[in-house]
Ligand binder design. Structure first.
Ligand SMILES: [Zn+2]
Length: 252
């Protein structure tokens, strides 16, 4: 491990929190059960975070049914991605569709963006752009980095072999890597983080000359269904209201 590498520390405990798509469910019990070993392990460089994200994304890809390049879903996502761009603050973005009825989408710190066909079925292209702007916001604002540090600390505390290793990033067992990937995808962000990611998405869409209205109507749709992908604080209607207020201000 390089001595002078910049380290990041995980802020614990995380505030009990809420989500949009792809942002939920790491329990406080998971966090409080971390031993000192876990806390120490949570000190990761930016490169470590990218490497763990890469491994987590590869593990998710291996577990999922990826839409073929020629499928209508992939063609549609490519069109959506073209408007969003293939680069986030210098990190190349890699977009793929998972074929599943689940309604979800997420982005990881290494630029891995995955959109579930279930979400694509219920949303317009513009709404998907709004959702992806939000997920990219979690990456750009460093929320995803924190989430993977927490998830890594949790998994390494459970994974005896990894915890006893001094490697720069201890190699996790396959089951731990799967758990890490799932914890990252289901990271629970704080209310402030969610709001900041919403606002990031709004600014991002405006900058890319994409209509930000889709972000508001995406919240309308997510709020209408069962709430498994969207917790209620802040409520989806409040979040849609926030975006509509910003759209109104934009027109002034
Ligand atoms: Zn979110």
């Amino acid at each position: 491990m390089k001595k002078h590498q910049k380290k990041l520390l995980v802020a614990l405990p995380l505030v009990a929190a809420m989500s949009l798509v792809g942002c939920k469910n790491m329990s406080v019990d998971d966090l409080t059960s971390l031993g000192m070993k876990g806390l120490k392990a949570a000190t990761l460089s930016d490169n470590d975070v990218k490497e763990l994200s890469k491994q987590s994304c590869a593990e998710m890809d291996a577990q999922s049914k990826i839409a073929p390049a020629k499928s209508a879903y992939t063609k549609r996502l490519n069109k959506i991605a073209k408007a969003l761009g293939n680069n986030l603050d210098g990190t190349p973005i890699n977009y793929k569709v998972y074929i599943t009825k689940d309604v979800n989408a997420w982005a990881m710190a290494n630029g891995c963006v995955r959109v579930y066909s279930g979400l694509m079925d219920m949303m317009t292209d513009n709404e998907i752009q709004g959702v992806l702007g939000h997920e990219l916001g979690h990456v750009a604002l460093g929320h995803s980095k924190k989430a993977i540090q927490v998830a890594y600390a949790t998994e390494i505390a459970r994974d005896a072999a990894a915890a006893s290793s001094n490697a720069q990033i201890a190699s996790l067992s396959k089951s731990s890597l799967g758990a890490l990937a799932s914890a990252v995808i289901n990271s629970q962000f704080s209310q402030k983080q969610e709001q900041d990611a919403d606002n990031y998405s709004f600014d991002f869409l405006v900058k890319k000359k994409i209509n930000p209205a889709g972000l508001a109507t995406a919240f309308d749709k997510l709020g209408g269904g069962d709430s498994s992908i969207l917790s209620s604080h802040p409520s989806s209607s409040d979040r849609a209201k926030n975006i509509r207020k910003k759209i109104a201000e934009l027109k002034k």
